[in-house]
Design a protein around this ligand. Sequence first.
Ligand code: SF4
Length: 415
Amino acid sequence: MIAEKKIIRIKLKSAAAISKFMADYYYELNAASESGNPKIAWCTSVGPAEILRAMGYLVYFPETHSAMLGATRMATDLIPEANALGYSPDICSYLTADIGAFLKGVTPLAKVYEGITGIPKPDVLVFNTNQCRDVQDWFSWYGEKFDAPVLGVYTHRNVGDVSNALVGSIAKQMETLAGSLEKISGRSLDLEDLKRVVALSRECSELWKKVLQTAASRPSPLTFFDAATLMGPAVVGRGTRQAVDVFKTLLSELEERIQNAEGAVPDERFRIYWEGMPVWGRLRAHSELFAGLKANVLASTYCNSWIFSRLSPEDPFNSMAQAYTELFIVRSDAAKEKYIRDMLDFFKIDGIIYHDAKTCPNNSNCRYGMPQRLEQITGVPSLTIQGDLNDLRLLSDEQTKTNVEAFIEQLEERG
Ligand code: SF4
């Protein structure tokens, strides 16, 4: 039997630089919201942020705000507020927690950033249904509240091959979107500005990819739980110079760890892949649970979602359409399985954890036989844990602990 031991977490020094980046980001949004200048666009986490930035909008991402509601464990008590409006407890708990917080007039931003009392007011809200339909309902609700226009890109889902016809149709929607945004901002989109922003976004994406790929080293200098707290600049800052700079700092610290053979989990024995959303309110508990068993959850589909290798400043609209359509979450099961197999090989994975997040079927890939099919092909065993991204009523800590301990013991027995 593997002895679980109390773990000392070794914090990355770059975490302070990333916290400063996030603070600057929210203070800038807050100032714009108070003064009305520059205009603010809300955007979904894998929405066309580059177009918005190139047109001078500051960009706010409600999903990141809702992840903060989860991480601060405020979400669970707020969800019933949205349920009372008719938003089911079974739908996205990012949506229900975020709307609940708005109805109650609370935000974690006020706890973390002195002087900020609320979320920034939108001048326009822009979604892409590439991840799910929930974002459309979520943004439409706020559009009505703030009397602001809501614009969308509609993406096919369950995509096998990303065909030219599909990319062309999305690119066309993005060009139309830019035209609508010009009317709202009163400013034309300068193609050179868009190319510059797309180039910065691509650079950010490449750095984030390299950061995540450092986990292929043995021992891994990074855990999934660290990455989930460090990924803010990839989500909210893509297209900015500041995000590029802060990821350069992070990458060099991780490379130094590799040179010194310094693992994020002392005495790493088992290498685990996480498939699905994080449980935001249990990041620390899960990090300690696995580390205590000498298991490093070191790679994930989730953190990889902000790698956009197709972005190309030479062909901004088509490359954005390609990048935001070939994402894992948009794809067919066959494409997803191929992707996970590549990840298992690249990171030399011993086992997979599937998180069945009750309110996000879009990020829960364990419901139609995928774990079994993948284990049959690769021989890599898996465990499915029941839970949720934000609603802590949907998980059992005891059950998770018992199941994870048994799973690691199973890995131990395999030798
Ligand atoms: S992908 Fe899932 S977590 Fe994200 S907004 Fe959609 S339903 Fe919510």
